[in-house]
Ligand binder design. Structure first.
Ligand code: GDP
Length: 360
């Protein structure tokens, strides 16, 4: 799967997993749609790969969208994997080995509305899980007198605005920077941030016009490359580890799991251990399914079987006995390990999740 990882003797760098958070109606869904839309480059079908529950944007596509903002030779991470379901619930239920499943987050804030209750909630979740994030200051196209420049880098479009529109936007952005500071974060416009570990970058965007999307992808890619490369180094061919996004009934397959795989590989016929309602479930993978490319979709045949898949990716797993599997639960490939050990690992992780659910 060269689109989601790079390999060298089993070792490789996986795609960082990105989640989107923010207050209701601030534009989380629109932003994800825009990112997906702007990365489907005309005449280049397959530029982005649709996964189950996630969308992968390979580096060469990020680089096309970002244009002069990015020099692709500065990067060796393979791209970005966006979780398709935005929001706090999915962020908090989706965990990996005690931490957040997402490696980076985008906190969406409507420039007109500023911080709202769910923005603060999201900030607290990000603080607790120590997830690095950037702020997408969204809806810049609604600034009075704004003249949109579709899909343009933000500084370019900002310079093309009237002084009045540009300074109105600045005012709104400084308010957001102030609100971040009230929450204990040092923040600035992203182009002024030198060290993204100590400072939050604010990226003005419009999910409507695509302005600032090149910048947002550039910042995410840069942040991941600079500060997360070590975490992204995995044994790509090792036994797979993932998290259940959803448990779903699927015609012809029975109960299936939508899984985000964040480590190793998973292969057809392998034994897996999955977190269940009462006890870990031990079962054998009957099929690994990916969405069929849009152009090839025939009714009744939405999925395509693959023999194996490597992290990071979103896949559907069909296997017997999955009725008691739970969203948020861990999935582990046993392979050449002691099955009892793997069961114990899954059980330990499950009890951690349950304790936290009770605390909430
Ligand atoms: P969510 O609840 O955070 O997922 O927000 P949505 O993506 O559903 O967006 C809420 C509303 O804001 C919808 O009517 C969107 O069309 C609108 N919206 C989102 N982003 C923008 C933007 O950048 N500009 C404008 N003008 N409207 C936007």
């Amino acid at each position: 799967m060269p689109d989601t990882n790079t390999r060298e003797n089993g070792h490789g760098l996986r795609t960082p997993i990105v989640a989107v958070l923010g207050h209701v109606d601030h534009g989380k869904t629109s932003l994800l749609d825009k990112i997906r839309g702007s990365t489907v480059i005309e005449g280049e079908a397959g530029a982005i790969t649709q996964h189950i529950g996630a969308t992968a944007i390979p580096l060469d596509v990020v680089s096309k969208v970002a244009g002069s903002l990015i020099d692709p030779s500065d990067f060796d991470l393979p791209g970005l994997l966006f979780i398709d379901t935005p929001g706090h619930h999915s962020f908090t239920t989706l965990r990996s080995r005690g931490g957040a499943l997402a490696d980076i987050a985008i906190l969406v804030v409507d420039v007109n509305d500023g911080f709202q209750p769910q923005t603060l909630e999201a900030i607290n979740i990000l603080k607790q899980s120590q997830t690095p994030f950037v702020v997408a200051a969204n809806k810049i196209d609604t600034v009075p007198g704004w003249k949109p420049n579709e899909d343009a880098p933000v500084q370019q479009t900002k310079e093309a605005q009237s002084d009045r529109a540009s300074s109105m936007l600045d005012e709104q952005l400084y308010e957001i920077i102030g609100e971040l500071s009230d929450e204990g974060f040092s923040a600035d416009m992203y182009w002024r941030v030198q060290d993204f570990r100590g400072n939050i970058g604010v990226v003005p965007v419009s999910a409507e016009t695509g302005e600032g999307i090149p910048d947002l992808l550039t910042v995410l890619m840069g942040l991941a490359q600079r500060y997360m490369k070590e975490d992204m180094a995995i044994d790509v061919t090792g036994p797979g580890a993932g998290t259940v996004l959803e448990v779903k009934e699927e015609k012809g397959f029975g109960t299936t799991l939508d899984v985000v795989l964040y480590d190793g590989t998973i292969r057809e016929d392998e034994t897996i251990v999955v977190g269940g309602l009462d006890e870990p479930i031990v079962t054998d993978v009957r099929a690994i399914l990916k969405p069929r490319p849009l152009a090839e979709i025939r009714t009744e045949d939405r999925f395509e079987k693959v023999e194996e898949i490597a992290a990071a990716s979103g896949v559907k797993i069909a296997a017997p006995g999955l009725d008691d599997a739970m969203a948020g639960a861990p999935v582990r490939v046993v392979r050449d390990r002691d099955i009892e050990e793997v069961i114990a690992e899954v059980r330990a992780e499950l009890s951690e999740i349950e304790v936290e659910t009770q605390e909430q």
